[in-house]
Design a protein around this ligand. Structure first.
Ligand code: FCX
Length: 428
C-alpha cells in the first residue's frame, strides 16, 4: 500500500496547495451566478463543487486526468481506480501492489450472505447490492479510528483503506447476488490470480473464455467508473461522506441514487424497451417501424431510455466505445442491430420533440451497454445497474478519499421558501 499511499498523499498536497494559492490570489472571486432558473432546474449547470477525479466536457465526454475515453477504454478497473485517485496511471510495480492488496481483501463476510439469502426473491438486485454494502459498515476502519480519536489529517488514509476493502469485495458481492437471485444460489469461489473483471466473470458462473465476455465485463467496469461530481450517485455519496459517514454508508447511499430510472437504471430500462420492441415487432424491426414505436412511446408521455444527458451534448463516447466492442464481437446480435436502428431515428425525433426542449438528443452509455450483456446470455436485465454500480463505486471511493484529504467541509447548501423568494425577487 505504500506506493499508493505516497502517491495519493502527494496528489492531495498538490491539489490543496493549488487551491490555497488560488484562494489567496482571488479571495473574493465569483465563479458564477445563481439564477431563478437554476433553482427550478435541479441546479443544472451551477458550478458549486470541486472534483478532480474526472471531468465531463459537454462535447467530448468523460476525461480522467487529461485522458479521454478512447485513451483509457482498454485499461483495467484496477488501473482506472489508481488513475482516479492518484491522477496518474500506475507503473507495473504500483499496479502489482494494488492488485495484490485487492486480492487479499476480497472475502465477503458470511453474515452478508446470510442476510442476502433471507431476503425475498422479488427484491431488486440493486437493493441487495446496496444492503450488502451497508451491512459491512461495521468493518469500517475509518469508523474505528475515528472513535479512537483520529487526527483530521489522517481521515483520507482510512477512507482509502475502507475503499480498498470495499472495492476488493464488490465482484464477489455482486456475483453472489446474481447467483442467489437468478441461479441456484451457490457462491462460486474465485481464482486468487484473477483481476477484478476476471473475478467477476468467474464468480457469476460464466465461461471466462466465451468470446469476449470477460473483456466486455472489463470494459463495463472501466467505462462507468466516474462522471465528475454532480451526478446523482456521486453527489449523494459525497454529501453522505461529508458528514464523515464512512465509505460503506456513502457507497450504499450513492448506489440508491444510481438505482433510479433517470440515472443508472436507464440501462435496465433500455433493455426492457428493446425487448418490448422485439415482442411487438419481431427481432428484426425496420427503421420505419422503430420510428413509429418511438413516437408512440413519446406520445404516451414516457422518456426514451438511454437518450439525453444533463451535461453531454454529443453522442456519449462511452456509447461509441461499446459500439466498437459490439461491432467487433457480436455485429449480428439482433439487440445490437436494434440499438443501431434506434440511433438512426431517435436523435432526429428528439431534436424537434416538445419544440426542441430536449437539451441533448444523443445516446448516453445506457443506450447500448445492456444489449451487449444480453448477447452473452446475461438476460436478467434487472441486474445491469449492479454492473454499473460496481464500477461507479470506484469513483465514489476516489472522490471521497480526495475530499477528505482536502478537508472539505460538510456539504450544506441553503434552501429557500416561496415567501423568501417572493420577498427577495420583489425587492430587486
Ligand atoms: N426522452 C424524452 N424526453 C426527454 C428525454 C428523453 N430521452 N431526455 C430529455 N427529455 C425531456 C425531459 O423529460 C424534459 O421534459 P420536461 O421539461 O417536460 O420535464 C425536457 O426534455 C428537458 O430535459 P433536458 O434538459 O433535456 O434533460 P435533463 O438534464 O433534465 O435530464 C436526463 C437528463 C438524462 C434525466 C434525461 O435526458 C432523461 O430522462 N433521459 C432518459 C433516461 C436516461 O437515459 N438516463 C441516463 C442518463 C445518464 F447517462 C446516466 O445518468 O446514467
Amino acid at each position: 500500500m505504500e506506493k499508493l499511499l505516497a502517491k495519493v498523499d502527494r496528489r492531495i498536497k498538490k491539489l490543496g496547495d493549488e487551491l490555497q494559492q488560488l484562494y489567496t490570489e482571488h479571495p473574493d472571486a465569483t465563479i458564477g451566478e445563481i439564477t431563478f432558473q437554476n433553482l427550478l432546474s435541479g441546479m443544472r449547470g451551477m458550478k458549486s463543487l470541486i472534483c478532480n477525479t474526472s471531468f465531463v466536457d459537454p462535447y467530448r465526454g468523460l476525461f480522467i486526468s487529461g485522458l479521454e475515453v478512447p485513451d483509457f477504454e482498454h485499461k483495467t478497473p484496477e488501473e482506472i481506480f489508481f488513475l482516479l485517485v492518484t491522477g496518474t496511471l500506475p507503473s507495473k510495480s504500483e499496479l502489482e501492489e494494488l492488485s495484490s492488496e485487492l486480492k487479499k481483501r476480497s472475502k465477503v463476510p458470511e453474515y452478508v450472505w446470510k442476510m442476502l439469502r433471507s431476503l425475498p426473491k422479488t427484491i431488486h438486485p440493486m437493493t441487495m447490492f446496496s444492503l450488502g454494502i451497508l451491512a459491512m459498515e461495521g468493518e469500517s476502519v475509518f469508523k474505528k479510528k475515528y472513535e479512537e480519536g483520529l487526527h483530521k489529517d489522517e481521515y483520507w488514509k482510512y477512507t482509502l483503506e475502507d475503499s480498498l476493502n470495499l472495492i476488493a469485495k464488490l465482484p464477489s458481492l455482486a456475483a453472489g447476488i446474481y447467483r442467489i437471485l437468478f441461479m441456484n444460489g451457490d457462491i462460486i469461489d474465485s481464482d486468487q490470480q484473477l483481476d477484478l473483471a476476471g473475478n467477476l466473470t468467474q464468480r457469476l458462473g460464466f465461461n471466462r473464455h466465451n468470446q469476449g465476455f470477460e473483456e466486455l465485463n472489463r470494459l463495463y467496469l472501466v467505462l462507468h467508473c466516474d462522471h465528475e461530481g454532480g451526478n446523482v450517485s456521486a453527489f449523494t455519496s459525497r454529501v453522505v461522506n461529508s458528514a464523515l459517514s464512512n465509505i460503506y454508508y456513502a457507497a450504499s447511499a450513492g448506489l440508491n441514487g444510481l438505482a433510479g430510472p433517470l440515472h443508472g437504471l436507464a440501462n435496465q430500462e433500455c433493455l426492457h424497451f428493446i425487448t418490448n420492441i422485439h415482442d411487438t415487432l419481431g427481432n428484426k424491426p425496420s427503421v420505419d417501424e422503430i420510428r413509429k414505436y418511438v413516437m408512440k412511446t413519446l406520445d404516451d408521455g414516457k422518456v426514451i431510455p438511454g437518450y439525453g444527458h444533463a451535461v453531454l451534448r454529443v453522442t456519449d463516447p462511452r456509447f461509441t466505445a461499446f459500439m466498437k466492442f459490439g461491432d467487433k464481437h457480436c455485429p449480428e446480435s439482433p439487440y445490437l442491430q436494434t440499438v443501431k436502428k434506434l440511433y438512426e431515428v431517435v436523435p432526429d425525433i428528439l431534436k424537434t420533440y416538445k419544440g426542441g426542449k430536449v437539451s441533448n438528443p444523443w445516446p448516453n452509455v445506457d443506450a447500448i451497454s445492456g444489449s451487449l450483456l444480453y448477447h452473452y446470455g446475461m438476460t436478467h436485465y434487472e441486474y445491469y445497474t449492479v454492473m454499473f454500480g460496481i464500477s461507479r463505486v470506484l469513483g465514489f471511493c476516489a472522490q471521497n478519499t480526495i475530499a477528505r484529504g482536502l478537508h472539505q467541509p460538510i456539504i450544506r447548501p441553503k434552501s429557500v421558501t416561496n415567501s423568501w423568494l417572493k420577498e427577495h425577487l420583489e425587492s430587486q
